[in-house]
Ligand binder design. Structure first.
Ligand SMILES: [Zn+2]
Length: 604
């Protein structure tokens, strides 16, 4: 054994930890949080009477101690960490755990250039923030980031706001602690690893123009898209699904029969799934997680030779993002009989008509074939969907999983305010008809109005002064408006207020406006029974239940039109960023997600 390796210690068990007194408890968790025994001590004081229900519960309790600690204590914890590839590493004065981690990441084998770059980054980072850069170098899969990934992350985070960066350091400390705890407890998140590896492997297929740059883009029915479908179908067969196929709109459908398959009065199936297309330069988990997690569950059932009372139907929806055609939710629309025949005549940006594209892909491209995909709700228990959160909420709360209460309804507009383009120097301030100033006023109103109640959000994401110039008062201002709410009533109230205010602003300023509604989607509240099934499943893992609305639309919104539905969210790393290559999930969170799905299946 090399002198720097972590000595093998006996595997710790939860009953042993739960039976320990305070000092023994703190000693058993020694080294999990660098030089900070106060965290274990407080977690001990706050432990539940019956002890920690699971390793996940222990991890959450420790993270909660840190989140509730005073700012100087949090900074003390951050400063207790060594610099990456820093002086302590060179002098071999790191803790055994840190030495092991920095070595596994290959930091002890840096080239002179990499080493110099890291020293410069360390110096710049310390000058900017006043604490050392913290990164869980074993990464989201637990098997180590590359030196290039480490350097890229370091450089990126150097530009963050200090408050955000402090929080990101703490989250990396929790990830480091999580991996150290796994080592202590001899735990390996094998189901999470499987899903993570599947997602990584799927990401090797990407459309031309993006693939060359290492970017992930999979638009409807491109060769990469069809390769992803074929790969999913292959894996489904390997997992032990009884029926696997690709349907008339490119959805990949796998069925694992229930115990009474083929008998009269066969029990209804559970329908689940999500989409495998991506946005341009998107992430690896948006959509795909919701296909791969139930696949892992079926694989485990098949391996154990188990049949459930109910069959499970997993659908990889071919299209959800609306990137190539103006046909968002194309895949799931077909299952609820809402595929719009006019979509077949649409052309993409290159003039490729959808009907021709489908035919070239070997799909029938007829409405008869598409209408045959419509599911009879009587044959289904309901629809559940797992998805990454695509937002910062779970990440901030140090929670791996969240329960969706409702998918927000939305209304979108494109608008234009018209005033008078006149000379910026000669027009006095009280004679102006400034279209952009009016829209600015509207934006501030939207921010105020939406911020005043918890269940709505409002955004002006596009702003344009056509033919604007530096010395001309804006005569026209175009803008977009995106309003969302957990209920249709809240959405409509926000909508009415915003429209009234726009009219008022234009009236007062002597301007005119147009407002064209481009989209309206009803809110899709989760079915109460299915939502509580997810809650029980998350509870069974020893985790607290956190309920939240989904700000983004999902396939479940479409299935909502035919059957009861409820969604489970998994935390995204990197501040929960999504529709972005930085989108990330950890193997441990994914393990919990698979286990929650298994618990839901056992609860049927
Ligand atoms: Zn998605």
């Amino acid at each position: 054994m090399s002198p720097t390796a972590v000595p093998p210690s006996p595997v710790l068990s939860l009953p042993a930890l739960n039976a320990a007194g305070e000092d023994a408890f703190v000693a058993l968790l020694d080294g999990v949080y660098e030089h900070s025994p106060w965290i274990a001590r407080r977690a001990f004081a706050a432990r539940p009477a019956e002890g920690f229900a699971s390793l996940a519960a222990l991890k959450h309790a420790l993270a909660t101690v840190v989140r509730e600690a005073a700012l100087d204590e949090q900074l003390g914890l951050i400063r207790a960490h060594p610099e990456l590839a820093g002086k302590a590493m060179i002098a071999k004065s790191l803790t055994a755990e840190s030495t092991h981690e920095q070595r596994t990441a290959g930091l002890t084998a840096c080239t002179p250039e990499e080493f110099a770059r890291l020293q410069q980054l360390n110096a710049d980072y310390n000058a900017r923030f006043g604490w050392p850069f913290i990164l869980a170098v074993r990464g989201p899969r637990g098997d180590g980031l590359s030196r290039q990934q480490i350097i890229d992350t370091f450089a990126r985070r150097l530009n963050a706001h200090p408050d955000i960066e402090r929080a990101e350091c703490l989250r990396n400390i929790h990830r480091i602690a999580e991996i150290r705890l796994n080592d202590k407890f001899g735990v390996e998140p094998q189901l999470g690893n499987q899903v993570w590896d599947w997602a990584e492997s799927l990401a090797r297929f990407s459309d031309p123009g993006f693939a060359e740059n290492g970017q992930l883009t999979v638009l409807y029915l491109t060769p990469a898209h069809r390769a992803v479908a074929a790969q999913l179908a292959d894996w489904m067969r390997e997992c032990g699904f009884d029926e696997v196929g690709i349907d008339a709109v490119g959805n990949v459908v796998g069925v694992y029969h229930g115990e009474d398959h083929g008998q009269p009065g066969e029990a209804p199936r559970l329908l689940t799934g999500s989409h495998y297309d991506t946005v341009r330069n998107g992430g690896k988990y948006d959509g795909r997680l919701g296909i791969l997690v139930p696949m892992a569950c079926v694989r485990e059932l098949h391996r154990a030779g188990r049949r459930l009372k109910h069959g499970i139907e997993v659908v990889g929806f071919s299209e959800e993002e609306g990137q190539r055609y103006k046909a968002t939710f194309l895949g799931s629309s077909a299952l609820v009989g809402r595929f719009d025949p006019a979509w077949l005549d649409q052309a993409d940006a290159d003039g490729v008509v959808l009907r021709d594209l489908m035919r070239d892909a070997g799909l029938p491209a007829t409405m008869d074939a598409i209408e045959a995909l419509r599911r009879d709700p009587a044959r289904y228990l309901g629809f559940v969907e797992v998805h990454i959160e695509q937002g910062p909420v779970l990440n901030e709360l140090d929670l791996p999983l969240g329960i969706v209460t409702s998918i927000n309804g939305s209304i979108r507009y494109v608008g234009e305010v018209r005033g008078l383009a006149s000379h910026a120097g000669t027009t006095p301030m009280d004679r102006r008809r400034d279209a952009a100033a009016a829209v600015a006023e509207l934006i501030l109103y939207v921010e105020d109005r939406a911020g005043a109640v918890p269940e709505v959000v409002g955004t002006v994401g596009q702003l344009q002064v056509p033919n604007g110039s530096i010395n001309v008062i804006p005569g026209r201002c175009r803008f977009s408006l995106d309003l969302r709410a957990t209920t249709d009533a809240a959405r409509d109230a926000l909508d009415a207020d915003v429209r009234a205010r726009l009219a008022q602003i234009c009236e007062r300023r002597g301007l005119s406006f147009t407002l064209e509604r481009t989209e309206a989607a009803a809110a899709a509240p989760s079915d109460a029974h299915w939502q509580s099934r997810w809650e029980r499943a998350v509870n069974a893992l020893g985790l607290p239940v956190h309920r939240m609305p989904s700000g983004a639309g999902h396939d479940a919104m479409k299935l909502h039109q035919a059957m009861p539905q409820a969604m489970l969210f998994q935390r995204g790393l990197n501040l929960g960023i999504s529709h972005n290559p930085l989108e990330a999930i950890s193997n441990d969170d994914t393990e919990l997600c698979v286990r929650a799905f298994q618990a839901l299946l056992d609860d049927l």
